[in-house]
Design a protein around this ligand. Sequence first.
Ligand SMILES: *[C@@H]1O[C@H](CO)[C@@H](O)[C@H](O)[C@H]1NC(C)=O
Ligand SMILES: *[C@@H]1O[C@H](CO)[C@@H](O)[C@H](O)[C@H]1NC(C)=O
Ligand SMILES: *[C@@H]1O[C@H](CO)[C@@H](O)[C@H](O)[C@H]1NC(C)=O
Ligand SMILES: *[C@@H]1O[C@H](CO)[C@@H](O)[C@H](O)[C@H]1NC(C)=O
Ligand SMILES: *[C@@H]1O[C@H](CO)[C@@H](O)[C@H](O)[C@H]1NC(C)=O
Ligand SMILES: *[C@@H]1O[C@H](CO)[C@@H](O)[C@H](O)[C@H]1NC(C)=O
Ligand SMILES: *[C@@H]1O[C@H](CO)[C@@H](O)[C@H](O)[C@H]1NC(C)=O
Length: 849
Amino acid sequence: MAAELLLAISLSLLFFPFSSSSFSSIFISCGSSSSVNVANDNPPRTFTPDGKFLISSSNSKTNSFSSSSVAPLYSTARLFTSVSSYSFDVDVNAFYILRLHFFPFNSTFKARFDVSALNRYLLLSSFSPSTPSKPDVKEFLLWVEKSPLLVTFSPSPNNLAFINALELISSPPNLINGSKPTYITASGSSQEDNFAPQAMETVYRVNVGGPLITPANDTLWRTWESDDNQFLFNKNLSVEKRTTGQIEYPTEEGLTDVIAPEMVYSTARKMNFEPVSGMANPIFNITWSFNVPPGFQYFVRMHFCDFWITSQTNFYFEVYLGEFIAHKDLNPGNMTSWRTMIPFYFDFVVDAPSSGPLNVSIGPAANSVPPDAFLNGLEIIKLSNSHLSLAGEFGIYDSGAGSHGGHHFLSILLPSFLGGVVLLIFLLFVLQLCLRRRRSKQNLVEEQKDTTNASWFHYNAGAGAASLVFRTSSKSTTDQTPKSSASPRLNLGLQISYSEVIFATNNFDEKLVIGAGGFGKVYKGVLSDGTKVAVKRGVPGSRQGYPEFQTEIVVLSRIRHRYLVSLIGYCEEHSEMILVYEYMEKGTLNSYLYGSNLPCLSWKQRLEICICAAKGLHYLHTGYSQSIIHRDVKSTNILLGENFEAKVSDFGLSRLGPSYGETHVSTGLKGTFGYFDPEYFKILKLTEKSDVYSFGVVLFEVLCARPAIFDHVNLAEFALHWVKKDQLEKIVDQRLAGKINENSLRKFSETATKCLADYGTDRPSIGDVLWNLEYALQLQVSGLLREPFEDSGIVDESEAAFVASVGRMPSATNEGDEEAEAEAEAAWTYESETTTSMVFSQLVKGEGR
Ligand SMILES: *[C@@H]1O[C@H](CO)[C@@H](O)[C@H](O)[C@H]1NC(C)=O
Ligand SMILES: *[C@@H]1O[C@H](CO)[C@@H](O)[C@H](O)[C@H]1NC(C)=O
Ligand SMILES: *[C@@H]1O[C@H](CO)[C@@H](O)[C@H](O)[C@H]1NC(C)=O
Ligand SMILES: *[C@@H]1O[C@H](CO)[C@@H](O)[C@H](O)[C@H]1NC(C)=O
Ligand SMILES: *[C@@H]1O[C@H](CO)[C@@H](O)[C@H](O)[C@H]1NC(C)=O
Ligand SMILES: *[C@@H]1O[C@H](CO)[C@@H](O)[C@H](O)[C@H]1NC(C)=O
Ligand SMILES: *[C@@H]1O[C@H](CO)[C@@H](O)[C@H](O)[C@H]1NC(C)=O
């Protein structure tokens, strides 16, 4: 408490308002012990030492570097070896500009890290500053609802995080708040009443037709690039225009130099008619092209100021964003009461094109006099996605893609990936149709006869839980085999020869079997290059599971993430279905929880494992423009590496999530009993929240060390029962009794409980789950005695440092021990929607058992 008070006092001392403006700002020089003055700036700034804002000192250290070639601001850095935060006391319900400066002056830095804000917004992911020649400055605009504002750095395993300087500026009220952008879509444009509070990242800020504007010449210390030699599609089609006159800001309308400085409005680019003189109809566009990562929406602000066309009455031009017309017949005179020197701007929101750059074009309207068009400034700002992420498409990509812009890589790959998945889903559907008739009758009878072994308590909101019980036997049907000619284009680069597989597994030596499941056997193996692998071999000759085999290849060959088990290769020769994965030394998570003599995992280890798995799922859900739903989240699909780092595996059932505008996808029921989202089970409504539900079950498995179904009891039901009674101690793994921090336990069980909400909309997103787990870990590690926050909601603030780091990352992985799959977790799948409802009505009838 005392420390907190001290912090608050020191923070308030450091907030100093600028005389020239009414907002307050913080500038810190990270890792520095003395203040750094940036006298050139106008207004001038002092960057103060960062110590007071740091809430994890034990894990950070300072590195400094002196050289005349490095600006004083970049000659020191704060390094973080584990999760650490800066904390700023701020006014709430306001936008803040956050600028992070990275200058990796020491080439021995092995920096790769995530940055998040407010435990809420993911700003950077697996970020690795790679421009030693100049500082890399990232600028964000954050909507802040709670104080303190935490900026958290999470180094990737075996890596460092660092930062040289940080700016936090309270956004002037008229800058972004209250903006009513026009939304440009294929179906037209619409104006939203209010711009949703969120996180944004400035991707481009351009002084069109003018020079570079440095922070020294901007009221908010912004940088405006010149469009002189970049962005402009065909330079010959335009000319620059400048004025030395005084820009007349319509301040009564809230347009001041805070929106853009004079230097932006006093230069412009307009149409150049010279190269086309002699052309009968000099109608063309001036086009700027911007590479923007796909999968996000972009806020585009276009600045205009006419200072040379005096007869404006019939002067109109068109503004295009991508292929759409953003503003038709823009008449500058109308905007400025027929006067020159008056700036104005328009805000738009547009989706990133699915491929290629975002084009911004201007061109004259058909009957304009004169036929001309101009632009003075342009800002392109990325908006956070529905998961509050600005770095959705993060992760470690395949070789080559690496640091030089994941988005190029993605924009090439995404369409083919989506195409592949769509084709697969279609294949699956056809297959299911064929099978439906044959299977449904005979299977149902079979399933119903044997109702004693495993049970599944069906959720029934409101009413008492009816226990619907049925046997979860292994499948006996032989699936029809799709012809391989019908298979979608798989990634040929991942093909591994049969002889290599034979070599790796010593001709499928039974001694090397490390697991077996419905699909077939899993062997441990070593490739000829020495890589340890897990080899999953479908039952030879049988083509059962072929769709899952293909989905797995399509999904895993396209996405790579450090918390997802990676596919090294596959082999389809000799009618085999063989998948080769990285080897995960320690096998499945469930084997460390129950049913074995393996050592007991500590609470901290368990939390770290859950965090890794949540990160993997978070990536699946948010890493692409369209999310991927795993559909089979369970403890047997979470594999552990040498140092207990966890990865999510088995993507055979995964599929694309709802696309933009849809709330869910309707699909046949697939997954594992004990883990089914009740909404998905009942009405086949599949969303990302279905994975969240299953993950909630995993969290209780971890807490209670019990399988998802045990003694005919459904763990989810069982756990909620005791949670409701507030007698958690009755179900917590007895081996951990007394070793769990009370608050950590509470945070954890609250989070798990929320995941198990009956309705998807009531469940947190996996991102929220992740943050709450990290918070639970923090509570455990720091042993905070303080009560967790009253609101028991989503954690988005904290006092203490995140001191825990996720376990070291592996070089090896493995496909796990499917033997340990409890009998209860049958992979019994329904084949189509029709069949499912039939099955379901059967089950409901069985209620009276
Ligand atoms: C760079 O970092 C390494 C290790 O972090 C350190 O030993 C070395 O002195 C640093 N070099 C400079 C120039 O700061
Ligand atoms: C932001 O804008 C909204 C609506 O225009 C207004 O009600 C609110 O007071 C503004 N907030 C700030 C901090 O300016
Ligand atoms: C930018 O600001 C500096 C200092 O205030 C000034 O000397 C310089 O002329 C300005 N640059 C331009 C292009 O106006
Ligand atoms: C631009 O103009 C120059 C000289 O007028 C010419 O050499 C060049 O080919 C033109 N470029 C394009 C892209 O038209
Ligand atoms: C200008 O660009 C838009 C959008 O790409 C396009 O529809 C239009 O035809 C172009 N106009 C001319 C004259 O090229
Ligand atoms: C001026 O713009 C307003 C909308 O901003 C429009 O309603 C009006 O018709 C325009 N007037 C002229 C003369 O273009
Ligand atoms: C962008 O504009 C240029 C020039 O008009 C055109 O060649 C290119 O195809 C456009 N790109 C996209 C993605 O629309």
